[in-house]
Design a protein. Structure first.
Length: 417
């Protein structure tokens, strides 16, 4: 039996009116944003797309029924000012230990070993053509899309359109959006196949549209680059990408090492390289006790300490930074290198352990970075991401202020700076 309200009729009417007013107030901003988006498409994006060779039929089909997805991260709504997000949405920039959870990396390495046998002939052809070891290609394939099993939940034009219109990096996403339109215009992919991640990445290698146009290739001989369904095209495209970014055939990606206290963690970075023989002369040695390979001793290497003194340390080669070009994160490149080693040689974990670190918001780290910038340090921008410039600036500030350098942000540093 339906229960009758005991509120007086007039009060019920007042409350109903108030509820309607609140509902209209919360819904009101959505319509103007949709209208602004449509105006932006017609008057701003379309002229540039047309100038780049995109037809009106392709443009209209791409955005038919598309509205801004306000649930995507890193958006700046009309009338707002850009701010560093409080939380970090990208796993690559969260706690290092979590990124290397055995469940995650174990799935990549086990799956990689299975596919190393299944696709041995393709991988051998890929390595012969590009010089990139098969286990490296497999590690990227596994990490990016679970060897093609991951579902792409978003419409790429919704994601790229929203971000080109509202994101903190509008120009970057605008470039990707125009490239996506060209992909459809040139018949490289059907409109309905443009499904992506929340960041707009496509297919099994998770290429952004500009990467697809530059690096996707036909490796199965059917005269089309199909990174959605073709394993040979996927593997060949990943290796082609790394080759274009300068992969050095015959060199490793890096080595886990022990860094003595006499060597400052602030020596980290791709701009502070020296011969690996020189690093060895400073007392840095491999964790397995073996000497560095003779061909590596004469070549340049770089110190990498992604958690400062709170985690494993590495001497890496230029190939590490080629891996990093695939995804601009030290942890990502390290995951791929380590995963490739495990695919090739068995599941051996890092010798060094990830220490306990303070749980900080991205906005906390951005505040720390601004404090270091005020003191004259180059942190690479106050973006809330603790890259190598931030880590070594922390170490330099700590040493200057009589502290033992840890080269990693913590709660005390946020307060001090």
């Amino acid at each position: 039996m339906r229960r009758r309200s005991i509120l007086p009729v007039k009060l019920r009417g007042l409350l109903a009116g108030l509820a309607a007013l609140l509902l209209s107030a919360t819904a009101a901003p959505a319509a103007p944003i949709d209208d602004q988006f449509r105006t932006w498409l017609a008057k701003d994006l379309w002229p540039e797309a047309k100038a780049n060779g995109v037809s009106k039929s392709t443009f209209d089909a791409a955005f038919a029924g598309v509205t801004p997805n306000l649930k995507l991260p890193d958006l700046v709504l009309p009338g707002q000012k850009p701010q560093t997000p409080k939380k970090q949405h990208q796993a690559e920039f969260n706690a290092p230990a979590n990124y290397f959870a055995e469940k995650t990396i174990g799935a990549v390495t086990a799956g990689g070993r299975t596919r190393a046998g299944k696709h041995a002939k393709i991988l051998a052809a890929v390595e012969k053509k590009f010089g990139v070891p098969g286990e490296v290609v497999l590690a990227i394939w596994g990490r990016e899309s679970g060897f093609g099993a991951a579902k792409m939940p978003h419409d790429a034009f919704e994601v790229l359109g929203t971000k080109a219109f509202l994101a903190t990096r509008k120009e970057m996403f605008r470039k990707e959006l125009l490239a996506g339109l060209l992909m459809v215009e040139q018949g490289l992919v059907q409109r309905d196949a443009m499904r992506s991640s929340w960041a707009g990445a496509l297919g099994q290698p998770q290429f952004l549209p500009t990467s697809f146009l530059a690096h996707a290739m036909d490796f199965d001989g059917d005269r089309r680059a199909d990174i959605w369904n073709s394993v040979p095209d996927t593997l060949g495209s990943i290796a082609n990408y790394l080759s274009h970014y300068g992969w050095q055939k015959g060199r490793d990606w890096g080595f886990e090492v022990i860094v003595p206290d006499s060597v400052s963690c602030a020596l980290e970075g791709p701009d502070r390289g020296r011969k690996i023989a020189d690093w060895a002369a400073m007392g840095i040695r491999r964790v397995n006790g073996k000497p560095f390979p003779a061909n590596e001793l004469r070549a340049e290497g770089f110190l990498l300490m992604p958690a400062g003194r709170n985690g494993p340390a590495f001497v890496v080669t230029p190939n590490f930074y080629v891996l990093k070009a695939y995804n601009e994160s030290d942890l990502y490149a390290l995951f791929i290198g380590h995963g490739a080693d495990r695919i090739a040689s068995g599941d051996k974990r890092f010798a060094g352990r990830w220490g306990k670190i303070d749980s900080l918001y991205r906005s906390d780290i951005a505040s720390l970075q601004r404090g270091l910038e005020r003191k004259g340090y180059d942190v690479g921008g106050a973006d809330g991401l603790p890259g190598y410039k931030t880590r070594r600036s922390i170490g330099e500030w700590q040493a200057k202020n009589g502290q033992g350098p840890t080269c990693f942000p913590d709660r005390a540093l946020v307060g001090a700076l």
